[in-house]
Design a protein around this ligand. Sequence first.
Ligand SMILES: [Zn+2]
Length: 367
Amino acid sequence: MMERILQSPAKYIQEAGLISSMDEYVQRLGSAPFFIGTASGIARIEEKLGMGRGSSEMAFRFGILSGECSKGNISKLLEAAEKAGCDVIVGIGGGKVIDTAKAVSYYSGKPLIIAPTAASNDAPCSALSVLYDDNGVFDEYLFMRSNPDMVLVDTELIAKAPVRLTVAGMGDALATYYEARAVRRAGKNNQLHAKPTMAGYVIARACHEVLMADGIRAKEDIEAGRITDAVENVIEANIYMSGVGFESGGLAAAHGIQKGMTLIPELHEALHGEIVACCLVCQLIMEGAPREELAEVTSFCRKVGLPVRLSDFGLTGYDDELIEAVARKACAPGATTFNMPFDLGWRDVRDAILMANSEEFLTETMG
Ligand SMILES: [Zn+2]
C-alpha cells in the first residue's frame, strides 16, 4: 500500500479577539448555532460572543457539558441541539468540550466549528474524538468523516489562559516533529492508516522550527501580557501544525510511551503535553539520537518549564515493577511505539525510561 493521505480542517482562522465576530463566522455555515462548553467556560466568553463586526440577529443556543466526553453526555447534547433546530455545532473550550462537540457534529451530520480556549494540545484540528465512560476511563476512539469545517483560534483568549497550558502544548508540538520523522524513516503509516504526504511531514517539521525560534520568547511574552508574533507563531504550531502534523505525519514512541505513563498515579494531574515531552526524551534515547539533539530538546524543555524526567513531576522514587508495567503498556498491540525505524520490545522502552532518569544522563545533557 503506497497511498499517501493528508487531512486538515477546511478552514483555520487565527486572530486576537476574533471570538467577538462569532456570528459572522457562523453565518458562513448556517444560521442557528448550538454552542457546547462547560458552565464556567461559557460564562467566561458569553459576553464577548458575536458583539463585533457581525450585524445579525442570530440566536445563540448553549448546551452545557458537565463531566466527561461520554456517550451519555453526547446523546443528551445531541438531543438538545436537534430539539432547538440548530444547524451548526460550535465547540468552545478545552479538550473534553472539543471532543464532545466533534461527536455531536458527527452524529447529527451538522457542520462543526471548533474554538479552542487553550493551546495545550493538538485536538482542535484533528478528525478524532476520544470517548470516556462517566468515570473518566477510556472507552473508545471515534473517527469522524472529516476534520472540523472551521477552527477559530482567538489568541487573546488563549494568551489569557494559564501559561502552563501553552507550555504543555509546546511539549506536544515538539514531539510531533520527532515522531513524524521516525514514521517517515520507518516507512510506517500515519494516523490515517496511509503513508504521510510530503506536506504532512513538512508541517510536522515546522513545529520544531517555530518552537526553537519563538518558544521561549512566546512564553515570556504571554507572561508579560503581550500578544506578539512569537505568541501567534507558537499558538499556530501548538494547534494547527501539531494537529495536522500528528494526524497526517504520524505518531511514534513518544505518544506510545505516554499511554504507558498514565499508569503512574503521580502523573494524573500532569498535562498531556508535559508527559509527552518527558516521553520524547525516551524516544530519542531509543533512537540513539546524537548528543547535540538530545541537549537541544532537554535544554529547550528546561527553559520553557517542561518536564524531562520523572522527578520533574515530583516523583521521588519508583519501583521496577511500575516501570515494567509502563513499558509493557507502551508496547500494547497496535501501539504507535512500534512506528520506529527498528524492531523494539518493552525491555527497550524500560531501558530508555531508566536511562532518561539516570544521573548519568542528567550530567551528560547538562554538560
Ligand atoms: Zn498529543
